[in-house]
Every structure is written in structure tokens, then in C-alpha cells.
Ligand binder design. Structure first.
Ligand code: ADP
Ligand code: MG
Length: 240
């Protein structure tokens, strides 16, 4: 079965400042959409708004998964609907074990330990690390890999990955990118990957690359767009 995530004319404010200013993006199962753009263009705000983080006010537009509006749901219901978010700075949750969190998010309690071990193996994360409280005392790179492990266990329909590459060394980056790419065919994962780096895109093979500026998508294209960005920077795409 294929699924569709449709973000339509989204407007998001933080305080009284409008940061996302009319953003539309459609992702189908198995597709990889890269979102690139200069610092402060609203990429992380997009991720936070879609996950329902308090303080991010939706002032217009919609985000639907198979026609069901997500933006009025609680964050945990969004996860249960099949939306997974990997934050730029993963949260530490003292007192909560990864397995408990995953079961609360919908993972099968009978198989969660086995799935965790298999997924940890994919990204070369020592399984003992997943017995600690969620993200507590993990290095930056370990947190990023732990997020991918959670994703692999939950098998969401769609994942929004905010700079999943930051803090990863080259080897870990390759493992993470290959795990994500495999997921697009294994269960049809659709991905929105926010990134600055072409190295991730080389492995992830995006369907479409979008350039974001001042809260909007100002250009979309194929892999050639990443090359143009690397050569010319974001300046030619800057919105007014
Ligand atoms: P990006 O991820 O593209 O670098 P962000 O979405 O983090 O950009 O930020 C976009 C703009 O929104 C910036 O000007 C930033 O200062 C502002 N912003 C984001 N979150 C907050 C917040 N919680 N409070 C105040 N301003 C914010
Ligand atoms: Mg950001």
C-alpha cells in the first residue's frame, strides 16, 4: 500500500514572527525529498511544526497523511499515524528506556528487543547503548544513530530528518544513509531529509531537491540542483 504526505500552504509563527510563509510539499511512499537552504530559512521550524512541538503556532495551511489532518493531533498520535521525526538536536529523556518509548509509540513488545538489536547492527551501534535512558550520556553521533535505530524499529510511513548527518563521521554517515535508502524499498519509507551535505544525498539518491529560503520553497529540481548549490551557494535563490 502506498501513502502520501501532503503539506499545503503551511504558515507557522514562533511568537509573533511568521517563519514558514506558505510552504507546500508532497511526498509519496518510497520517495526521498531533500530540503536544503541557508541558516535561518526555517528548515528546523518546519520539522518542529510537523511534529507538534509547543511554541510553534500553525497560522494557516495543512499537513495530511493519506487525507487525515495531522496538525490538530497530539505529537504521539502523529507518531502512531506513521510520521517519524529525527530532530537536529535529539532530546535526552532521563528515566525512559528506548524499548519502553518504542512500545509506547506502537512497536510490538514481543519483538522490540530483537528489532532493536538488528537495527543497531545496521548502523554499527553497540546494543548496550540502547539499554541506557533515551539519549542520556550518548555522543552526538551515537544519538543520531540511535534515532535511525528507532526509525527502523517503528517502520513509519514518513520520516523527517533534520540534519541527521551532523555529528556523524564519514563511516557512520554512510551506514545511516544506506539504512535509510534500504528502508525506502523495504517498507516504502518516504523521507524529507533536511541537509547541507551532498555526501548524504549521494547515498540517499533523492527523488527531488528543494531549496528553502525565508520560509518558502523557492526552487525544486533533480540531483543537478545539489551540484548547482555547491558551485554557486544559496545567494542566487534567496527570496525577498
Ligand atoms: P534553519 O533550521 O533553516 O537554520 P530555523 O527554523 O532554526 O532555521 O530558524 C528560522 C528562523 O526562526 C530563525 O530566524 C530563528 O531565529 C527563528 N526561530 C526558530 N525557532 C525559534 C524560537 N523557538 N524562538 C524564536 N525564534 C525562533
Ligand atoms: Mg536547523
Amino acid at each position: 500500500m502506498t501513502h502520501q504526505l501532503v503539506i499545503s500552504d503551511l504558515h507557522v509563527s514562533v511568537g509573533d514572527k511568521e517563519i514558514i510563509r506558505g510552504l507546500s510539499l508532497t511526498v509519496n511512499s518510497g520517495e526521498v525529498h531533500a530540503v536544503m537552504g541557508p541558516n535561518g530559512s526555517g528548515k528546523s521550524t518546519l520539522a518542529h511544526a510537523l511534529t507538534g512541538r509547543p511554541g510553534y503556532t500553525i497560522t494557516g495551511g495543512s499537513a495530511t497523511l493519506d487525507g487525515v489532518e495531522l496538525l490538530t493531533m497530539s505529537p504521539s498520535l502523529r507518531t502512531r499515524e506513521g510520521l517519524f521525526l529525527a530532530l537536529q538536536q535529539p532530546l535526552e529523556i532521563p528515566g525512559v528506556r528506548p524499548t519502553d518509548m518504542l512500545v509506547a509509540a506502537g512497536a510490538n513488545p514481543a519483538t522490540v528487543h530483537e528489532s532493536l538489536r538488528r537495527e543497531a547492527d545496521f548502523v554499527a551501534l553497540r546494543p548496550e547503548i540502547l539499554e541506557r535512558f533515551v539519549n542520556v550520556d550518548l555522543s552526538g553521533g551515537e544519538k543520531k544513530r540511535a534515532e535511525i535505530v528507532q526509525l527502523g524499529v517503528l517502520q513509519p510511513h514518513f520520516a523527517i530528518l533534520d540534519e541527521i548527518d551532523s555529528g556523524l563521521d564519514v563511516d557512520a554517515l554512510g551506514l545511516v544513509a544506506r539504512r535509510l535508502f534500504a528502508a525506502t524499498s523495504e517498507w516504502g519509507l518516504g523521507i524529507i531529509a533536511i541537509t547541507h551535505f551532498r555526501r548524504l544525498l549521494n547515498e540517499l539518491q533523492p527523488t527531488t531537491i528543494h531549496v528553502m529560503s525565508a520560509g518558502r520553497i523557492v526552487a525544486s529540481g533533480g540531483p543537478e540542483l545539489a551540484e548547482i548549490l555547491e558551485r554557486d551557494g544559496y545567494e542566487p535563490f534567496r527570496a525577498q
